[in-house]
Design a protein around this ligand. Structure first.
Ligand code: SF4
Length: 339
């Protein structure tokens, strides 16, 4: 159990290095550093958005936190318990509390199973008996996510993309989790359906007191749903702040470039903002640039950026950034970081 100020989830210096092997003997010749030492907390009832370009390690992070992948180093603490190396047997009851929603609602559902079997599977796997039977419990969940309970015996292909994602969400809710990690929950859906699913996630959060980590590359979706936002670049956390601060006053040049691409509905304000176009591709995580990993694409880079990694420090209340020359920062904070 957590006390009010204790995080529900605490990630400390988490790492995942995938070995790269060569030859018949599979000699290790390197490692892809997909996640390379990230730390953050998630508090009960909040939504943490995690953004970054494709390949930045955000999906790997989600799988590490839920122990679908084994970390190379660091620590994952859930409800005060260190689950980093917990055996699958001891992890099983905790799996009820931490569930994952996947990106592709079609491939994550078994096409040969009915909706009733898919949503009811967690009850069977965990050996849980419900008061009025599994069928009634599943039908209640289907109703909760906006699906017709009468469709219990239908198959996934009989549903639209948005309805299939609702089935995926229903499956995660079966065991009344405390936390849901949603990996690109709407990116495979039609734009017209995305808002409905985002609204459903918000309604469920209010109704069931859920805590979310939402991983997405769509900054408009993250802006809508998040309380705080973490920005990742090449396996590192470069900025973490309350949503409003991050979107209105980003401090890291990379975040600034990402935010400059977010559409502004107000035409007057739209003209005030200059679009920052990042040069070049994201470098390979197999051999990331030394020190600040963003220095090969950063227009503010100086000599120190190539030799000294900037630590993630708090430059304003609840606003952490990893940069030697942050933007939108008060004079006092700049003096504090250079001290
Ligand atoms: Fe740019 Fe240097 Fe800041 Fe890295 S540390 S983001 S290279 S200014």
């Amino acid at each position: 159990m957590t006390t009010p100020n204790e995080p529900l989830l605490s990630v400390q210096d988490l790492q995942k290095h995938f070995p790269v092997t060569k030859g018949l003997l599979k000699r290790q010749v390197g490692a892809v550093k997909a996640v390379d030492g990230i730390s953050f907390d998630v508090f009960k009832g909040e939504t943490l958005g995690v953004v970054g370009e494709s390949g930045c390690g955000k999906s790997t992070m989600g799988r590490l936190v839920t122990r679908l992948l084994e970390p190379t180093g660091g620590k994952v603490v859930f409800e005060g318990q260190d689950i980093t190396h917990m055996s699958q047997g001891r992890l099983r009851p905790l799996r009820r509390d931490m569930q994952m929603i996947f990106q592709d609602p079609f491939s994550s559902l078994n096409p040969r199973h009915t909706v009733g079997a898919i949503v009811g599977a967690p009850f069977r796997i965990q050996g849980i008996k419900t008061e009025h039977g599994t069928k009634k419990a599943v039908q209640d969940i289907l109703e909760l996510v906006g699906l017709n309970p009468e469709h219990y015996n239908r198959y996934p292909h009989e549903f639209s993309g948005g309805q299939r994602q609702r089935i995926g969400i229903a499956r995660t809710l079966a065991l009344k989790p405390k936390m849901i990690i949603a990996d690109e929950p709407v990116s495979a859906l039609d734009v017209s359906i995305q808002a409905q699913v985002v609204n459903l996630l918000e309604d469920l959060q209010n109704e069931l007191d859920l805590t979310y980590v939402v991983i997405a590359h769509d900054l408009s979706v993250v802006r809508h749903i998040s309380d705080r936002v973490a920005v990742m670049y090449l396996g590192k956390l470069v900025e973490l702040a309350d949503r409003k601060d991050l979107y209105e006053s980003p401090m890291h040049p990379y975040t600034n470039a990402l935010m400059s691409a977010v559409p502004i509905p107000d035409p007057a304000r739209r003209n005030d903002r200059e679009r920052i176009r990042l040069q070049g591709d994201v470098p390979s995580p197999l051999s990331p640039p030394p020190a600040c990993r963003f220095h090969t694409r950063c227009w503010k880079a100086q000599a120190i950026c190539k030799v000294e990694e900037p630590p993630l420090v708090e430059l304003a209340p609840r606003h952490q950034v990893a940069c030697h020359f942050p933007e939108n920062v008060s004079k006092e904070s700049t003096e504090a970081v250079s001290a």
